[in-house]
Design a protein around this ligand. Structure first.
Ligand SMILES: C[S@@+](CC[C@H](N)C(=O)[O-])C[C@H]1O[C@@H](n2cnc3c(N)ncnc32)[C@H](O)[C@@H]1O
Length: 379
């Protein structure tokens, strides 16, 4: 690859299902969101005027009298003769488009796909459901992609036009996809998540994937102490570094070194600071009497309990923090993916073990008398 080659901006119109533009390229794409916006219909409003002036300059782009509609990958019932037909059209077309990408994109790099979701669409009585999401993820998996990561991003302005008075998109998720190996061995070891994403994309599995994706919190959804720990861990791991650095980061994250010491997540001595490992945490810790318990601390106590005393002890601990269940699990997943990305295999294993044992720990928590799993965050 020649990195000195200058960038090139090109614009041409091609159907995503058949295009060859992506051949041997690094691909990052922002596909249509199921039925969110009728792009082609909206575009007609401007197209007819723009066409008058720009057709001589871009004859290829303005070849048709109106915007092409037939290939548009949007689930519009009126165009396809009903809701079911529109969903089938979207699924087939998106699968073909994704398959086309999976085949062509440069194999050394993942394909990143921006996908947005309506907040209020992500939950229904049975847990999590969003027609757009389910259909889209099915298409991605059926196309031969494996999902190797998800990153939440705040990409949309809360006050943008379509956001006013509607439940329109609040944030996006970047899906990191790689072509799935035919034998699909251990793409990732992340418990159910890996199982979901390595498999063939049956509806049940996609739904489970959605539940996990929706549980993935953005960094600033965590408490301030946890935000500090996350950022510090990403840069320093468990190593010791200068107090001054920690002080600056703590302020930036809305906390203080004194507060972090009080919380019991760091050791700060002789002008240095480091995060405490789970093995260093006190075995007699009691969440009921600890007045400052960041999610970070609670999570590492759970790992300590699991490793030192087993699932029953971890379940008993979780039972005393019912409102934190979702945040704990989300942080464990986040730390697992972080460690995997950094190549910190031993740490990745500790977080993965917790998530793998999660079902059993919750069962233990229930039999220890958990008040009831809460879906909301108590932060
Ligand atoms: C979410 S929007 C992308 C918005 C863009 N990132 C931006 O900021 O302006 C999805 C786009 O996919 C286009 N699209 C829909 N069906 C397509 C198809 N079959 N082939 C290529 N593009 C298509 C839509 O016209 C729309 O412009």
């Amino acid at each position: 690859m020649n990195f000195r080659q200058s960038g090139q901006v090109v614009h041409w119109q091609a159907d995503a299902q058949t295009q060859t533009v992506s051949a041997a390229k690094v691909v990052s794409t922002d596909p249509p969101y199921y039925d969110n916006i009728g792009y082609a219909d909206l575009s007609d409003f401007f197209y007819v005027w723009l066409r008058r002036s720009l057709k001589p300059i871009f004859p290829g782009l303005y070849a048709t009298v109106a915007v092409p509609k037939a290939e548009e990958l949007v689930a519009t019932p009126y165009r396809h003769g009903g809701k079911l037909e529109a969903e089938a059209f979207f699924l087939d077309g998106m699968t073909q488009a994704m398959h086309n990408l999976a085949e062509q994109a440069h194999p050394a790099f993942p394909v990143t796909i921006y996908y947005a979701f309506k907040q209020s669409d992500t939950q229904d009585d049975s847990g999590t459901h969003s027609t757009g999401w389910v259909t889209f993820l099915e298409a991605v998996l059926q196309a031969g992609f494996a999902l190797t990561g998800t990153w939440p991003m705040r990409t949309e302005l809360g006050n943008r036009m379509i956001g006013s008075g509607t439940n329109a998109l609040a944030s996006s998720i970047v899906l990191v996809c790689r072509q799935r190996a035919l034998d699909a061995p251990g793409m990732a070891i992340f418990s159910q998540y890996a199982a979901v994403l390595e498999a063939d994309g049956t509806p049940m599995r996609v739904k489970t994937a959605l539940q996990l994706i929706n549980r993935f919190l953005a960094e600033d959804d965590f408490d301030h102490d946890t935000q500090f720990c996350l950022a510090w861990f990403e840069h320093q791991g468990w190593a010791t570094a200068k107090f001054g650095e920690a002080d600056v980061l703590a302020r930036a994250k809305g906390t203080s070194v004194g507060g972090l010491v009080e919380a019991g997540v760091v050791d700060s001595t002789a002008g240095n600071l480091r995060l405490l490992r789970w093995a260093e945490l006190p075995r007699d810790w009691n969440p009921d009497t600890d007045t400052r318990t960041p999610i970070w601390e609670a999570l590492h106590h759970l790992i300590r309990a699991l490793n030192q005393d087993g699932e029953t002890a971890a379940g008993a601990l979780l039972a005393r923090m019912p409102s934190r269940t979702e945040a704990l699990r989300a942080l464990a997943y986040r730390l697992y993916t972080l460690c995997e990305r950094k190549g910190w295999a031993e740490d990745a294993r500790a977080y993965n073990e917790l998530v793998t044992a999660w079902g059993a720990i919750e069962t233990e928590a229930a039999s220890a008398g958990v008040v009831g799993a809460q879906g909301t965050f108590d932060m």
